[in-house]
Design a protein around this ligand. Structure first.
Ligand code: AMP
Length: 585
């Protein structure tokens, strides 16, 4: 392997490399830098983010442009504002000993006048997002008619984001004899088409295999019921106490919802999606970078700019619509020589997609089980023990030591340790004590439902409920958490639902003598699920329901108790919902 000196870089750049602590070139640098320094060629480089590709095009560009001229000679197009700023910063660091260098970032969501002013001061290199760049060209605020080097960074992502037209328009304002360097993690046909249209006989280099994810990333999938997706996510987080992750959702709505739920449940989480203002997005990214946020819940588009090196886990809360996108997602971890894990939470209907992804990434997934409560408690306890062990002592405590010692005079060391750990641990233990098995076995059997309790309730669609509104109603009146009522099935005049056995007594007690809109609502324990199916059929007609109503309209006791349980009805025909807060995670 070459050293940076071997690649032919000048002293002022080597000095910057030394300051940055880069000891040897990465693969893409080793391959690209000599080509770009020694010829005026076009280049197509297939390389993931995190491979050091910014330096692979950055150093040659810095060495080749004329710092004495104020003309714009280099243009770097990148898909997002975050990435644009990241590249600008890196270029400034790489060029810190290049006298006279001015690198300017051009991106949407910030003052165009200010950016124009910076360009006017003489920017040899412009790093831009396509939308704002096109805008500035049309307003004649930049001149790129003399550029010698153009870089299309993360070309596949720019095309995914619909920038084809903008890129074409921008490049039409550049000279034909410039060199174009295209960097892309994947090579879909759209990128190949761009290369063909804008480049002349390009050199090609590939780092790793085409379209293949980083070798530092291992891939795992967890098969659960759709309704357990969120619970599964929480367990994965709890089983990895030092997690620093991006959680991918398919829609902005889900992204916001999952982030809110995580925050409500006590996790350090934040949402990143297109409905947030630029300011909000910047704040979230800032918190993520300095690790105040451990779980960044993001959409694919919003996550494109995330360029953080030490992400430990990528969690696919839902798989992307386009399975190629998985490569981008998993590429957020395992960067800069570190290892990472890409986890996928799948339901039975999606599990076949795993095979298709394996074909694309040319790697096998490992099927893993969502850890059970005991395992998580053990992990959390040991993590806490390690944290305590590694904690630096705060000597402010010294002056209180005498009184503390007095308090624990009769407490043995073991007892003291147990008490100390119980402060934190008991919360976890209580929560996970009766935790269900969330896994669905390979043969599709739901391992989670066998122990739950199934109920019959004599309200159904005729009463204005669908499964969602009935679930909301039950959760509300029973004051249960959002995942505590599940498998809600509404029929015409009756319905079924499940809870964990621990809630059984509460449910039955609550619905004893429960009256709603002048009618008694009856809840009974039903038989297990497989038998329910048959019974569901039998109950299709109104007969049995009528019988049940008759029963309720007959002898009722405890009328004073009943009145306490009358609940206000909301406009939708359901009960107004103030969400019960979980007391803990
Ligand atoms: P990139 O692929 O350009 O986003 O780079 C990923 C990260 O690797 C950045 O934080 C760079 O500063 C860092 N990096 C780039 N080249 C090297 C190198 N040769 N040795 C160590 N780190 C590097």
């Amino acid at each position: 392997m070459n050293t940076f000196q071997d690649l032919g870089l000048q002293d002022n750049l080597l000095q910057a490399i030394n300051d940055l602590g880069f000891t040897k070139p990465s693969e893409v640098q080793d391959k690209a830098i000599p080509i770009l320094l020694n010829s005026e060629t076009d280049l197509v480089a297939l390389a993931q983010t995190g491979t050091g590709k910014t330096a692979a095009f950055g150093f040659p560009m810095l060495q080749k442009i004329n710092m004495d001229s104020r003309t714009t000679q280099g243009l770097i197009l990148s898909p997002t504002r975050e990435l644009c700023l990241q590249i600008t910063n890196e270029m400034k660091l790489y060029g810190k000993y290049c006298k006279g260098l001015n690198v300017v970032a051009i991106y949407g969501g910030a003052s165009i006048t200010e950016q124009a002013r910076e360009v006017k001061r003489g920017a040899q290199i412009i790093v831009a997002t396509p939308g704002r760049m096109k805008d500035m060209i049309s307003r004649r605020l930049v001149d790129i008619s003399k550029i010698e080097y153009s870089v299309l960074d993360e070309a596949d992502e720019m095309l995914n984001m619909g920038f084809y037209e903008d890129i074409t328009s921008i490049l039409s304002h550049t000279p034909d004899d410039k060199s174009t360097w295209l960097f892309s993690a994947t090579m879909p046909k759209e990128v190949a088409a761009i290369a063909k249209k804008f480049m002349y006989d390009p050199e090609e280099i590939t780092v790793g295999q085409k379209n293949v994810g980083s070798k530092n990333v291992s891939h795992e999938y967890y098969l659960v019921n759709s309704r357990d997706r969120y619970q599964a996510l929480k367990r994965l987080a709890d089983a990895n106490p030092d997690i620093f992750s991006v959680v991918f959702c398919r829609t902005k709505r889900d992204t916001q919802k999952v982030a809110e739920q995580l925050i409500e449940d006590g996790y350090n989480a934040g949402a990143l999606h297109g409905d947030l203002s630029q300011n909000q997005r910047d704040l979230v990214m800032k918190s993520f970078r300095n690790k105040q946020i451990q779980m960044l819940v993001a959409t694919d588009v919003a996550a494109r700019g995330i360029d953080v090196d030490d992400i430990t886990h990528v969690i696919n809360y839902q798989l992307p619509d386009e399975i190629e996108t998985y490569t981008h997602r998993s590429g957020r971890t395992g960067r800069a020589g570190k290892t990472g894990v890409s986890m996928v939470i799948v339901s039975k209907s999606e599990v076949r997609k795993i095979k298709s992804i394996e074909r694309i990434i040319k790697k096998q997934f490992v099927k893993k089980d969502i850890p059970d409560g005991t395992m998580i408690c053990e992990i959390q306890l040991m993590s806490l023990a390690n944290k305590v062990h590694n904690t630096e002592i705060n000597h402010e405590i010294d002056k209180h030591l005498i009184s503390i010692n007095e308090l624990f005079e009769d407490t043995s060391k073991d007892e003291l340790i147990k008490k100390f750990f119980s402060v934190e641990f008991t919360r976890f233990y209580n929560y996970y004590q009766k935790a269900r098995n969330l896994n669905v076995s390979d043969n599709g059997r739901d391992e989670s439902s066998s122990s739950s309790t199934r109920y019959f309730i004599n309200v159904g669609r005729k009463d204005g409920y669908d499964w969602m509104s009935l679930k909301d109603f039950l959760r509300e009146v029973l004051e249960l958490g959002k995942d505590d009522v599940f498998k809600v099935e509404t029929k015409d005049s009756f319905s079924f639902f499940n809870t964990e056995p621990e809630h059984q007594q509460k449910v039955l007690d609550f619905f004893t003598d429960f009256k709603y809109n002048g009618r008694y609502v009856n809840v009974e324990i039903s038989e297990n699920r497989s038998r329910n199916r048959k019974r569901d059929g039998r109950r299709g007609g109104g007969k049995r329901d009528d019988k049940r109503s008759d029963k309720h309209s007959g002898s009722r006791r405890n009328s004073s108790k009943r009145s306490n349980k009358k609940v206000k009805r909301s406009n939708s025909g359901n009960f107004g919902a103030s969400r019960p807060r979980r007391s803990r995670r």
